[in-house]
Design a protein around this ligand. Structure first.
Ligand SMILES: [Zn+2]
Ligand SMILES: [Zn+2]
Length: 445
């Protein structure tokens, strides 16, 4: 069966527009739009029959001439995206069930398979998408576009007086924008993220004795256990620069609230939801954040990032180096400390879930490596220790032994009680060295 015979049977089911005709043969002839293909098939058929070519001028029963409105739809999408800053987009189409039914019917009545050629939806996405790219001078991205426009064809009744596409026929989704960086925490008692009060659950209120509500005693009514967090010290300038609705902080793990985070800092990603702007100057932004954080925290290596970075940062199983002040409950000699440190260096430690960790969490035994330890006595009751450990090593328990739940431990080896009185994280490094290269992260995200 020739393509021309098939085309003639499709056209006989008219009135069918050139696009709907051509779409039936999209898999059998190439290099044209469906409308061009339909038109040339019609002309060829007329030539063969030695009849004059007559363009179809009645309204198409299959698509109700929706296939001739790609320009209008694209303009509507561009209008809806006005004011949003984006580099990549994707177009999706919600096809009316009636059009899908008509498409199957058209093919069936011409003895074609009911999925012959291309679907209305697929052509609509491509043709409108192509025009959106030209109008907005942006690139299509099928994976993770900055913005997504959903065309609700059914919600754009053509019967309206001016034939205009109504506002609600185009739904626009603005995806988040991201910046990657590393932070240092230069003051103690600052959690990484906002820490809601456990007494009032973050509401800041409690029931008053005489009925009604009063400010929560535990948090003083703020709803938070700490006034500031690294999140609160770093996200506002980013939210502001990108003019978004909300900012989220994703850290590569977290240090204890009372620990400093020093040296090369800890990787993080700040996510800004519904940003008006994306291509912000990260050098200027870095300076703004550091001024805003007022010496309590500091960020470096700030760069624009992708969605994939969030998962990568959250999953980072980083090794960490800690500096600790340790206090003993009995005198310790320099030699004893040296021997214990020697023993711990390179060892594998077994740790039951620490008692300080939420007691509702099931206790498990984990195994972690102590890559390196250095230590020296300040006096007979005090030492300074530097520990480089595998990600997930409970370092306070490595010192105290946690009543036998961590073995070996510094306290166990020395035979005296030992307690960490101050703890700083001096380095966070990916176990995979490439992690420390932001360019690598961006590419592989
Ligand atoms: Zn049509
Ligand atoms: Zn409270």
């Amino acid at each position: 069966m020739t393509i021309l015979e098939d085309a003639r049977r499709v056209a006989e089911n008219g009135p069918v527009c050139d696009a709907c005709l051509g779409r039936c043969f999209a898999d059998r002839s190439f290099g044209l739009t469906n409308a061009e293909r339909g038109r040339s098939l019609r002309i060829a058929a007329a030539l063969e029959d030695d009849e004059p070519y007559e363009p179809e001028d009645e309204v198409c029963w299959v698509c109700e001439d929706e296939s001739q409105r790609f320009d209008e739809w694209a303009e509507k999408v561009a209008d809806s995206l006005e004011g949003w800053n984006f580099d990549t987009y994707q177009v999706g189409t919600r096809t009316p069930p009636l059009i899908e039914e008509n498409e199957a019917l058209l093919r069936e009545s011409a003895d074609l398979p009911d999925d012959a050629g291309e679907s209305f939806k697929s052509e609509f996405n491509r043709e409108v998408g192509k025009r959106v790219g030209q109008l907005t001078e942006t690139e299509v991205d099928f994976e993770r576009p900055d913005v997504l426009a959903l065309l609700n064809v059914e919600a754009a009744p053509r019967a309206s007086d001016d034939g205009a596409i109504s506002d609600h026929a185009v739904e626009v989704q603005i995806n988040s924008a991201f910046v990657y960086g590393r932070y240092r925490k230069l003051e103690r008692d600052i959690p990484q993220t906002e820490w809601p009060c456990r007494e009032c659950g973050g509401s800041g209120k409690q029931l008053a004795a005489g009925g009604g509500e009063e400010p929560c005693d535990h948090c003083g009514g703020s709803g938070y256990l700490y006034d500031e967090s690294v999140e609160q010290l770093t996200t506002p300038p980013v939210l502001d620069a990108m003019d978004g609705e909300e900012a989220l902080f994703h850290g590569a793990g977290r240090e204890d609230v009372d620990a400093l985070m020093l040296d090369t800092g800890r990787p993080f990603v700040i996510e800004v939801k519904r940003p008006q702007r994306r291509n912000v100057d990260t050098d200027a932004l870095e300076a703004e954040i550091n001024e805003f954080a007022d010496g309590k925290a500091e960020v470096t290596d700030l760069t624009l990032a992708t969605h994939g970075m969030v998962e990568r940062v959250k999953e980072l199983d980083a090794s960490k180096t800690y500096r600790m002040d340790v206090e003993f409950d009995a005198d310790v000699s320099e030699q004893a400390l040296e021997e214990a440190v020697e023993e711990l260096r390179g060892t594998t430690v077994e740790q039951d879930t620490p008692q300080r960790v939420d007691h509702r969490r099931a206790s498990i035994t984990r195994t972690r490596t102590v890559y390196d330890v250095e230590g020296h006595l300040e006096d007979e009751r005090h030492a300074e220790l530097e520990v480089h450990g595998e990600g997930g090593l409970y370092v306070k328990e490595l010192v105290s032994g946690d009543e036998g739940r961590t073995t070996p431990s510094l306290a166990g080896l020395l035979g005296v009680g030992a307690e960490v009185t101050a703890l700083d994280v001096v380095a966070v490094e990916g176990e995979d060295e490439a992690f420390d290269d932001p360019e690598y992260l961006k590419e592989s995200a």
